[in-house]
Design a protein around this ligand. Structure first.
Ligand SMILES: Cc1cc2nc3c(=O)[nH]c(=O)nc-3n(C[C@H](O)[C@H](O)[C@H](O)COP(=O)(O)O)c2cc1C
Length: 357
């Protein structure tokens, strides 16, 4: 891995190692992939305006998220079925998260059990949820997550159904039968494996996800669990306001990595208005297109408390399992530290809108 010097190098190396349909599922976006491209373009468009003659001999990337100390303001975004990228799946990812002391958001569709994942990590584990029609299955999942020591719930609110992803439709992508959602009642998951309608994941979501959910349903979740609840998929400042009014413990500005509403605003473009609305009352995280340390710096300057990183972690897994995912996280952290030194902002508290023109 010594010749892989940045996250883009891991992306290239991962593509060589994965079957084409799997690659399409990992990389792809919805529709014409306009939002997928916009996430990256928005970061590249932002310029940094560094300060000079600041003592930058020591950097400090440590932060506190939902009461837990983390060693960098970087976490792993929830992604289904890590075993598609490496046989060890989420267990390998959890080892990487522990190595770097950063939170790992397990997908509801994680392909390893809570117990297996929790056994190998000291990093905070959060669980992402889609709201299933079968509320008993959702309730059961939350109870088992609590018992396994999960620290927070992340309710994904941008997916009343899974959007059409043309790469998956064209390749006929289905999750191989030996890779399953290890924590969800198998009866609730049966359709995901069958390959009906060309894209199994899309047809599964239509059947299982509850499209009737509104703000008033959050009350059930708040009463059912004491775990902090974050909403993932907030892009509109009015929704950020409603989220805070409904007592959520954090918001994640996200367009699902360009995999849901195509033409949705780039995540980092949506961030400033959301951060302004939230005004520090709860943590604001952002994901979508974070590929470099300077991207993290830009997101923090625009008001994020932390970023989540998605596909690059799967690229690392595909290249070298836990070591590869750890290398990706290490590169991102080292690049962030270097960017902070060169921008004259050695502590997270030094990072603000002044670094942007
Ligand atoms: C292969 C893959 C699977 C994903 N699965 C989920 C999921 O199960 N739940 C969820 O909330 N988001 C899911 N996402 C979206 C990610 O959490 C995240 O929003 C997105 O990947 C961030 O963008 P990035 O990949 O550009 O870093 C998935 C993304 C990918 C690429």
């Amino acid at each position: 891995m010594g010749d892989l010097l940045c996250l883009a190098d891991y992306e290239t190396a991962a593509e060589d190692r994965l079957p084409e349909p799997t690659w399409g599922f990992l990389q792809g976006g919805s529709g014409a992939e306009i939002t997928l491209g916009a996430n990256r373009a928005a970061f590249d468009r932002l310029a940094l305006r560094p300060r000079v003659l600041v003592d930058v001999a020591k950097t400090d990337l440590g932060a506190t998220l939902l009461g837990d100390p983390v060693r960098a303001p970087i976490g792993i975004a929830p992604m289904a079925y890590h075993r598609l990228a490496h046989p060890d799946g989420e267990v390998a990812t959890a080892r990487a998260a522990a190595e770097h002391g950063v939170p790992f958001v397990l997908s509801m569709f994680a392909s390893r059990t809570f117990a297996d994942v929790a056994a190998v990590t000291t990093a905070p584990l959060w669980l992402q949820l889609y709201w299933l029609r079968r509320r008993d299955a959702l309730a059961d999942l939350i109870r088992r997550a609590e018992d396994a020591g999960i620290r927070a719930l992340v309710l994904t609110v941008d997916a009343p159904r899974v959007a059409r992803r043309l790469r998956d439709l064209r390749s006929g992508f289905t999750v191989p039968p030996d890779i399953t959602a290890a924590n969800v009642d198998p009866a609730a998951m049966a359709v995901a494996q069958t390959g009906e309608s060309g894209s199994s994941i899309q047809s599964h979501s239509r059947e299982q996800f509850d499209p009737t959910i509104t703000w008033s349903d959050l009350g059930w979740l708040r009463e059912f669990t004491r775990l902090p609840v974050l909403l993932k998929g907030i892009l509109h400042p009015d929704d950020a306001r409603l989220a805070v009014e409904h007592g959520v413990d954090g918001v994640i500005v996200s367009n699902h990595g360009g995999r849901q509403l195509d033409s949705a605003i780039a995540a980092v473009d949506a961030l400033p208005a959301v951060a302004r609305e939230v005004a520090g009352r709860v943590p604001v995280l952002v994901d979508g297109g974070v590929r470099r340390g300077t991207d993290v710096l830009k997101a923090l300057a625009l008001g994020a408390d932390a970023v989540l990183v998605g596909r690059p972690v799967l690229h690392g897994l595909a290249v070298a399992g836990a070591a590869g995912a750890g290398a990706v996280l290490g590169l991102l952290r080292d690049e962030l530290a270097e960017a902070m030194v060169l921008a004259g902002a050695p502590r997270l508290a030094d990072i603000g809108p002044g670094l942007l023109p």
